[in-house]
Design a protein around this ligand. Structure first.
Ligand code: PSU
Ligand code: MN
Length: 298
């Protein structure tokens, strides 16, 4: 069921530092060719740091851990990929589908593969005005011992409710170089995190302590978008609200909400949101690589 890219296979066998990467951002987060370019830029960042990237996806029902350039291109251009969270994995495999794995879907596969560090953009959360629409990402963080590096929850979500949910699930939230929760496109949310950290070694020590305690929760490392490409909350807020209203008016629900809103925000903001999203993805991949290397050296 699992098929490994030779580079990843070798890295697993020789215990090199590996960073797992998700693929919903390729199939549903960005459109072509932005999706392909950003996927390559993320992988290149991981390699530049001396770690091995493992982009996870499903191709024709096979779980791919690490993709070739051709497979990345295919995934970036196909129109039929399923957005695969935990519940979708058995369906996509049995019915031989193509799929982009979400944060939850990628965590499941990374854990079973033995990859400990995973970089993404923004995790899912509790949707505003839909207190029962809780992303599976939050549940997965409560039950799978992976370390997820992100820029917080996506800014159009209910951030306080999402934080409460993670607290209930026992997920420690670290602020990497920040004392507050980043808000995806912007650096500040005014919400507290559990612990400020400022170097990869400290994160690796926290991961090791979690492992020694045999706790099954993920650790969430939140990293603010670099200042130069930040999209400030006061400007973003109006655009986000417009996109949310449109989703409501069009009755868009379930797994379609997040891709719809990301796309509308990108259109209305004239690409400003996309630029912030790309830069934060690359920055998160850089931090994740440094953590993978620190963990490897322990
Ligand atoms: N980060 C990005 N772009 C994305 C996502 C994350 O920069 O498209 C994806 C992740 O795969 C995440 C998903 O798991 O959005 C959340 O979807 P939902 O809200 O339906 O759970
Ligand atoms: Mn949802």
């Amino acid at each position: 069921m699992f098929s490994y890219h030779p580079e990843v296979k070798e890295a697993l066998a020789t215990k090199k530092p590996i960073v797992a990467l998700e693929s919903t951002l390729i199939t549903h987060g960005f459109s072509y060719p932005d999706n392909l370019n950003v996927a390559h830029a993320i992988e290149d960042t991981v390699r530049e740091h001396g770690a091995v990237p493992a982009t996870i996806a499903i191709l024709n029902g096979q779980i791919k851990v690490g993709l070739t350039a051709d497979q990345l291109e295919y995934l970036a251009t196909t129109k039929n990929a399923r957005k695969c969270s935990r519940r979708d994995l058995p369906l996509a495999i049995a019915l031989k589908m193509d799929g982009g794995t979400t944060v939850a879907g990628t965590m499941v596969i990374a854990y079973q593969t033995g990859i400990e560090i995973f970089a993404t953009g923004g995790i899912g959360g509790v949707h505003r005005g839909h207190a029962h629409d809780v992303s599976t990402d939050l549940i997965e963080l409560g039950q799978t011992p992976i370390t997820v590096v992100c820029a917080g929850m996506k800014a159009f979500l209910d951030l306080p409710a999402s934080l409460e949910f993670l607290e209930t699930q026992g997920v420690p939230i670290l602020g990497y170089g920040t004392h507050e929760l980043p808000a995806f496109y912007s650096r500040q949310s005014g919400l507290a995190i559990d612990q400020h950290v400022d170097n990869p070694q400290t994160v690796a020590e926290i991961i090791q302590a979690r492992n020694n305690l045999k706790l099954k929760n993920a650790i969430l490392v939140t990293v603010p978008v670099p200042q130069a490409d930040e999209w400030h909350t006061d400007q973003a807020q109006h655009v986000i609200e417009t996109a949310l209203d449109e989703a409501m008016a069009k009755n868009i629900t379930g797994k379609a909400i997040t891709p719809f809103i990301l796309e509308r925000i990108a259109q209305i903001s004239g690409g400003v949101s996309k630029q912030a999203n790309k830069v934060l993805l690359i920055n998160n991949a850089s931090v994740a690589s440094q953590i993978a290397i620190a963990l490897h050296g322990m």
